[in-house]
Write a protein that binds this ligand. Structure first.
Ligand code: ZN
Ligand code: ZN
Length: 174
C-alpha cells in the first residue's frame, strides 16, 4: 500500500479483539496486517491517531514515558477499542519490562499463537502454566526472536522453524 493511502486512515470500521494477555506489540502487528486494515507501518497508524510516532516505540516495549490516557484514548478511538482494553496490553504499574531478548513459551504459542505480555516482565522466570522455561532465542539456529509485531509467520525469521515446534526444546522450570 502506498504512503498516500496510509495517510488517509479514518476511523476504522473493524474492531479487532485483543486476546487474553496479548502484548501490545503483537496486537498492533496483527491489527495492522488484518485484511480490512492493511497499514504497513506503526508510524502511519500513530499519525492517523494524532499521537506522534509513539506506536513504533510501544511495539518495542519502550514505555518511557508511559503511554498517557490521552494517547490511549486517541488510538482507541481510531481502532474502535476502549482505552482500558489497550491499557490491559501494557504492563501494570511497577512491573519492569525486559526489552530484549523477546521471549517465548512455545507450548503456549502452540495452543494459541500470540505473544503474551508477561513473557517480557523482568519478574517472569518461566511459564507457570507449562512449568517450562521461556525461550530467548531460536533453539535450532540461535537467532533471537523478532519483536512480536512482526510475528506474521509464527516462525524463526532465520531458519523458519515454526514456534510451536520449539516446545520440545524448552527446559523444565521448577
Ligand atoms: Zn506456556
Ligand atoms: Zn531459527
Amino acid at each position: 500500500m502506498s504512503a498516500m493511502n496510509t495517510e488517509t486512515i479514518e476511523n476504522l470500521p473493524w474492531c479487532i479483539e485483543p486476546n487474553e494477555g496479548e502484548s501490545i506489540s503483537h496486537y498492533f502487528g496483527r491489527f495492522r496486517r488484518h485484511e480490512a486494515v492493511c497499514v504497513s507501518s506503526p508510524g502511519s497508524l500513530s499519525k492517523a491517531a494524532g499521537i506522534g510516532p509513539v506506536l513504533a516505540r510501544w511495539e518495542k516495549f519502550r514505555f518511557n514515558p508511559f503511554p498517557s490516557q490521552k494517547k490511549l484514548e486517541a488510538i482507541g478511538k481510531l481502532i474502535g477499542l476502549d482505552a482500558d482494553r489497550i491499557a490491559q496490553m501494557l504492563p501494570p504499574k511497577g512491573e519492569k519490562m525486559k526489552l530484549e531478548p523477546i521471549r517465548l513459551c512455545a507450548a503456549c504459542y502452540a495452543e494459541q499463537p500470540y505473544h503474551r505480555l508477561e513473557w517480557q516482565f523482568q519478574s517472569t522466570a518461566g511459564c507457570n502454566r507449562h512449568r517450562l522455561r521461556l525461550l530467548s532465542e531460536c533453539p535450532f539456529c540461535k537467532e533471537r526472536f523478532a519483536i512480536p509485531a512482526l510475528w506474521e509467520q509464527g516462525a524463526c525469521r532465520k531458519c523458519h522453524a515454526p514456534f510451536r515446534t520449539m516446545k520440545k526444546r524448552q527446559k523444565v522450570y521448577s
